[in-house]
Write a protein that binds this ligand. Structure first.
Ligand code: ATP
Ligand code: ATP
Length: 220
């Protein structure tokens, strides 16, 4: 049985983005109510998702009937139609849904969503594009960026540093980054310490400014 303690999430719009989101939440054992106005989409996802209903989400009466007010969170995953996306957010605001996430497809769209009352605006194409750009030009395997100037990244041990220890390398002084975890091939990640030796083919978890982290990992 799924959680249904207000931990449930309404996902509106089962396009490419919305269907992956709804499927991921379902795998995370969350109660998901998926809504799409197109009966073909509803039919398509009815086997994969627990509750998929056909409704026009721009109508607050329809949302109310579906019991949307008992959900703590809603995600408006509609992208192409700015009008449908904005009207849906507005309907959710009027119903008093506590946490509304909305997907924007442009900066202007994002601005409108915030001003009508979306609590979180996401911009998946822009975010993924930027993220993949970083991954392509650098040797970062994965990273999270905070406030545009701080990052935590997983990087391959740079070839030039194999065999050295952190005590010997002093990455904080020399590169402005701190190595916080290390993993030798076939082993698990461990906290890094002064005597951590950088293994050939190993991985490191590094934190610091995004530029410093990129420089430490080495350009491609
Ligand atoms: P994606 O990139 O995620 O595929 P998209 O921008 O190509 O999305 P959209 O036109 O935004 O596609 O549609 C996403 C889904 O939202 C579609 O399945 C569509 O039927 C649904 N949708 C659009 N408007 C509404 C609405 N008013 N109520 C419910 N669902 C809607
Ligand atoms: P996105 O989700 O990134 O907006 P999309 O799936 O909605 O992409 P696509 O039809 O894939 O849109 O087109 C993305 C861009 O690629 C368009 O600007 C299109 O003109 C361009 N494009 C499509 N096919 C080709 C091609 N064969 N050669 C060069 N450019 C192309």
């Amino acid at each position: 049985a799924r959680r249904s303690d207000g931990g449930g999430i309404v996902v509106i719009g089962l396009g490419r983005f919305g269907c992956h989101l709804a499927a991921s939440l379902t795998r995370m054992d969350r109660e998901v109510l998926a809504v799409d106005r197109n009966p073909d989409q509803v039919q398509r996802f009815s086997a994969q998702l627990d509750r998929v209903v056909q409704a026009d989400a721009t109508e607050d009466g329809a949302l109310r009937q579906l019991g949307v007010t008992s959900f703590g969170r809603a995600v408006v995953a509609i992208g192409a139609s700015v009008e449908a996306s904005v009207l849906t957010v507005l309907a959710l605001v009027e119903l008093g849904v506590p946490q509304i996430w909305a997907r924007a497809t442009s900066q202007k769209h994002a601005k409108i969503l915030s001003s009508v009352g979306a609590h979180h605006v996401i911009f998946p194409e822009a975010e993924t594009g930027e993220r993949v750009a970083h991954l392509i030009v650098s040797r970062l395997l994965d990273f999270i960026e905070f406030d545009d100037d701080f990052a935590i990244a997983t990087v391959r041990v740079p070839e030039s540093l194999v065999g050295r220890t952190l005590l010997d390398l002093r990455p904080e002084e020399r590169s402005g980054v701190r190595v916080i975890g290390a993993k030798a091939p076939g082993e698990r990640f461990r906290f890094a310490s002064d005597d951590t030796a950088l293994a050939q083919g190993g991985l490191l978890v590094v934190e610091g400014g995004i530029d410093q982290v990129q420089r430490f990992a080495g350009r491609r």
